[in-house]
Design a protein around this ligand. Structure first.
Ligand code: HEC
Length: 204
């Protein structure tokens, strides 16, 4: 606390040579604060060896890059090489996918199954579980209010008959889903389920 400049210089000189009694490790010259002195500890061996290994890797890398001009290890090149490989792969996959979908259009069974799925989710509420009719008309008899051609049904499902309680499904279902459900409805004709609703419309 009451040290002068000369005392401090003395201290620095002394600590430089001094050895810690307990550990026998030399002090790190001049680093002292409040009576605590820094020891000149060696690095732990594992850290030291990792450090040496990184030096070896660096030398090898720089030799390949600068001396042998090996461009395959330049990251920018590696990146563009992998990108073009991935692009080629997705192009092949897209082509294969296109071939697959072209080769196999939906079979009649698949269309009806997809249509039934839509029907069982939405339409059964008003048209009955088997299309026997409830609030909405019976789909299993020979009578139709708006016609029985697929285009007629398509118009009803797309636009609805709002004042009679049939909703428009244009925004809720895709055109493919609507076509499927229409196929399904037309396939119900003559299935003769129980509890049929009385005929509505004109006989076709
Ligand atoms: C909220 C009740 C309700 C739901 C749900 C409903 N409908 Fe209807 N639907 C009706 C009613 C009511 C009519 C009769 C309209 C009329 O009298 O003009 C009808 C009529 C129809 C017709 C014309 C029948 C005919 O005789 O010309 C078709 C086709 C039809 N619906 C298909 C569907 C399909 C497909 C679904 C499911 C995506 C569906 N409906 C869901 C109530 C409903």
């Amino acid at each position: 606390m009451h040290t002068t400049n000369d005392d401090q210089k003395d201290n620095v000189n002394k600590t430089h040579k001094e050895v810690d009694e307990l550990t026998q490790i030399k002090y790190f010259g001049g680093h002292e604060f409040d009576g605590i002195k820094e020891l000149d500890n060696p690095l732990p061996p594992w850290l030291k060896y990792i450090f040496y290994i990184t030096i070896i890797i660096m030398v090898t890398y720089m030799t390949r890059l600068v001396v042998f001009k090996d461009e395959s290890i330049v990251q920018r090149k590696e990146y563009s090489r992998e990108m073009s490989a991935a692009k080629a792969k997705t192009e092949v996959a897209a082509k294969e996918e296109a071939v697959k979908t072209e080769a196999a259009p939906m079979s009649r069974e698949q269309t009806l199954a997809a249509g039934k799925e839509v029907f069982d989710k939405i339409c059964f509420v008003c048209h009955g579980k088997f299309g026997e009719g409830l609030v909405g008309p019976n789909f299993t008899d020979d009578y139709w209010i708006h016609g029985n051609k697929p285009e007629d049904l398509l118009k009803v499902v797309n636009e609805g008959v709002l004042d009679k309680g049939m909703l428009s499904y244009k925004s809720q279902l895709s055109q493919a889903q609507i076509k499927n459900v229409i196929e399904y409805i037309l396939s119900l004709r003559g299935t003769n389920p129980p509890n049929q609703k009385a005929p509505q419309g004109i006989k076709y």
